[in-house]
Design a protein around this ligand. Structure first.
Ligand SMILES: Cc1cc2nc3c(=O)[nH]c(=O)nc-3n(C[C@H](O)[C@H](O)[C@H](O)COP(=O)(O)OP(=O)(O)OC[C@H]3O[C@@H](n4cnc5c(N)ncnc54)[C@H](O)[C@@H]3O)c2cc1C
Length: 497
C-alpha cells in the first residue's frame, strides 16, 4: 500500500459498529471517508454469515441480541426502523432456568416479572422500579462519554435517579447482594445478567452491567434484528456509501505508513493495535498508559444448527431473547471466580439465544441457528462444545437430540476473525470498575491517541462493549470539532427524492 499516501479527509480503521458509526458521522458532515477493514466481510462483531453448517442457515458470528442498539442515542437518530431494520422485541427479554423448579423470567413488563417471582416479586419490583422510571436518563449516563453529564442529571428527579442507581450498585456489587432476596430464583435472574461483564461476582462492574441491561429489559426490551445483526451493519454501510464513503475490505493495517494522508484517523481497534501502528510517534506518557491497558477474560463460542426449538424444562424459557444457563447465583459466581483464576468451570455460565423465537425467517427448511458462548480463561484453546451442550442439556433434557451440527471457536481463535478480541476478550478490555471509568487510560479525553488527529473509537473507549455505535459517534464528533471545526451532522435518513 506504499502508493496510497494521497490526501483525504478522514480514515477509519475497522468496520465494526463503532467504526461504521464514526464513518457515518464523518461522511454525513460532508467529509471524504475511507474505511479499512482487515477481514473480507464488513461489520466486525455484528456480522451474520453462513458457516457451511447447513445450507441457508445464517449465524450471528458475535453479537445477536441488541438492547444497547435499541437504547443508543446514535441509532435512535440514525433511525434503524426507517431504514428497514426490524428490531423485534420478544415479551421475554431473558430467562434463568433453574435445576429444581420454575425458571426466572424477565418480561418486558416489570409487573409481570415481579408477579411470577413469588416471594421475591416485591424485592425485584423495588430493585428496578425507580430505575425503569428513569431509564432514559440512566441510558444517557451509561452510553455517554464518561466525561459529560446528561442534561437532566442536575435536577431533583435526575439526582434522585442517580442516588437510586448508586445505592443499588453498591447493594448488588458487594457481599450484601443477597440481603433483599428470600429465594434462589430472583438472585439468579440478576446474576445471569451481571455475568455479562466476565468478571468476578459480586463486583461493582458486574452490578453496573446488570443494572443497565436489566433496566433496559423492562424499559425497552432486548430485541433481535430480523435477519440477524448483519441487518444493522447493512443499514450503516448503505448510509455511508450513499454519502460517498468507501470501505476497503481485506486491508489489515499494521503501520501508519500504510494509510493515506488524512486530517483525522479513527481506530476501531484495541489500544494494542493502535500502539503497533502509531506507537513510535506517540507521546511517551500516552504510549506507556496505553501499554498498561488491561484486557479481560474470554469467551468461547459455539454455533449450532438445531432441528427445532430447545426443549427447556420450563417452556417459558423458550420465549426468551437470551437464556443465561448457569443455575443458581452461587453456581454462577463460583464459575466466574474459576475463570478469573485461570480455570475452566465444569458447569460454566452459558449465554444462549434462539433468534428464531423472534424472527421465524431464521428457520430454513426446519433448521435454525442456535447461538451460544461461555466464559473461559483468556487465551483458552479448549473446544467447549461438550461442556456447553451438557450445560444446556441439564436445563433442557433432550437438547442433544435437536442438535444437528455445531462448531466451536475457542477463545484463542477469536482474534483470527476479529483482531479486537485478543485472547478471546470480547469486551476489548477488562470490564472492571477502573476499566469502565478510565478506559482506555485516565485522561480528560479518552478518545485522543496522543497524536493530533488520531483517535481511538472502539469498544476500548467509553462507553465500552456492545453494539451501540456510541464510541465511534463520540470520537467522530470530537474529530469534527477539533480537526474540521464542524458541528455534529444530522444522522436522520435522507428524505425521499
Ligand atoms: C461471541 C460474542 C457475542 C456478543 N454478543 C453481543 C450481544 O449479543 N449484544 C451486544 O450488544 N454485543 C455483543 N457482543 C459485543 C459486541 O459484538 C462488541 O462489543 C462490538 O461489536 C464492538 O464494536 P466495535 O466496533 O468496537 O468493534 P468490533 O465489532 O470488534 O469491530 C472491530 C473491527 O475492526 C477490524 N480491525 C481491527 N484491527 C484492524 C486493523 N489493524 N486493520 C483493519 N481492520 C481492523 C476488525 O476486523 C473488526 O471488523 C458480543 C461479542 C462476541 C464476540
Amino acid at each position: 500500500m506504499a502508493g496510497m499516501r494521497a490526501v483525504t479527509d478522514a480514515v477509519v480503521v475497522g468496520s465494526g459498529p463503532n467504526g461504521l458509526a464514526a464513518a457515518v458521522t464523518l461522511a454525513r458532515a460532508g467529509l471524504e471517508v475511507t474505511v479499512f477493514e482487515a477481514e473480507e466481510t464488513v461489520g466486525g462483531g455484528a456480522r451474520t454469515l453462513e458457516l457451511g453448517l447447513a445450507p441457508g442457515v445464517e449465524h450471528d458470528i458475535c453479537s445477536a441480541v441488541h438492547p444497547l442498539a435499541l437504547a443508543s442515542p446514535f441509532f435512535a437518530e440514525f433511525d434503524l426502523a426507517a431504514r428497514g431494520v426490524d428490531l423485534r422485541v420478544p415479551d421475554v427479554a431473558y430467562a434463568q432456568p433453574m435445576a429444581d423448579g420454575p425458571a426466572g423470567i424477565a418480561y418486558r413488563s416489570l409487573g409481570r416479572t415481579a408477579a411470577e417471582l413469588g416471594p421475591d416479586g416485591a424485592a425485584w419490583f423495588g430493585l428496578f422500579g425507580p430505575l425503569v422510571e428513569n431509564a432514559p436518563m440512566l441510558t444517557e449516563l451509561a452510553l455517554g462519554d464518561r466525561r459529560s453529564l446528561p442534561a437532566g442529571l442536575l435536577t431533583p428527579t435526575g439526582l434522585g435517579a442517580a442516588v437510586a442507581a448508586a445505592s443499588r450498585l453498591f447493594e448488588q456489587g458487594t457481599r450484601a447482594w443477597s440481603a433483599r432476596f428470600q429465594g434462589e430464583v430472583a438472585p439468579a435472574l440478576f446474576t445471569g445478567v451481571a455475568a455479562h461483564s466476565i468478571t468476578t461476582l459480586p463486583s461493582l462492574a458486574g452490578a453496573g452491567t446488570a443494572i443497565m441491561l436489566a433496566t433496559l429489559a423492562h424499559a425497552s426490551g432486548w430485541p433481535i434484528p430480523v435477519g440477524g445483526s448483519g441487518a444493522i451493519v447493512a443499514a450503516l454501510r448503505a448510509d455511508l456509501e450513499a454519502h460517498g464513503g468507501r470501505i476497503r475490505t481485506g486491508h489489515p493495517i499494521r503501520a501508519w505508513r500504510e494509510l493515506p494522508r488524512a486530517r483525522a484517523y479513527l481506530f476501531d481497534t484495541t489500544p494494542a493495535t493502535l500502539l503497533e501502528i502509531w506507537g513510535e510517534r506517540m507521546a511517551p506518557g500516552v504510549r506507556a498508559a496505553l501499554g498498561r491497558f488491561r484486557y479481560g477474560d474470554a469467551a468461547a463460542k459455539v454455533d449450532y444448527v438445531l432441528s427445532g426449538p430447545v426443549p427447556w424444562a420450563d417452556p417459558r424459557v423458550g420465549q426468551a431473547s437470551t437464556v443465561h444457563v448457569g443455575g443458581t447465583r452461587e453456581e454462577m459466581a463460583h464459575a466466574e471466580d474459576l475463570v478469573a483464576d485461570g480455570v475452566h468451570a465444569a458447569t460454566p455460565l452459558v449465554l444462549f439465544s434462539d433468534p428464531t423465537v423472534a424472527d421465524p425467517g431464521r428457520d430454513v427448511a426446519g433448521l435454525r441457528p442456535g447461538w451460544a458462548y461461555t466464559h473461559v480463561p483468556t487465551g483458552s484453546t479448549v473446544d467447549v462444545t461438550g461442556i456447553v451442550t451438557a450445560q444446556i442439556e441439564r436445563f433442557a433434557p433432550g437438547f442433544t437430540d435437536v442438535v444437528v451440527s455445531s462448531r466451536c471457536v475457542p477463545a484463542a481463535q477469536m482474534a483470527e476473525h476479529n483482531r479486537n478480541y485478543l485472547g478471546g476478550d470480547i469486551a476489548a478490555g477488562a470490564v472492571s470498575t477502573w476499566g469502565m471509568v478510565a478506559r482506555p487510560r485516565p485522561t480528560t479525553d479518552p478518545f485522543a491517541a496522543g497524536i493530533p488527529g488520531v483517535y481511538l473509537c472502539s469498544a476500548s473507549v467509553p462507553p465500552g462493549p456492545g453494539v451501540h455505535g456510541m464510541g465511534g459517534h463520540h470520537a467522530a464528533r470530537r474529530a469534527l470539532a477539533q480537526r474540521f471545526d464542524l458541528p455534529a451532522p444530522s444522522l436522520a435518513p435522507d428524505p425521499a427524492p
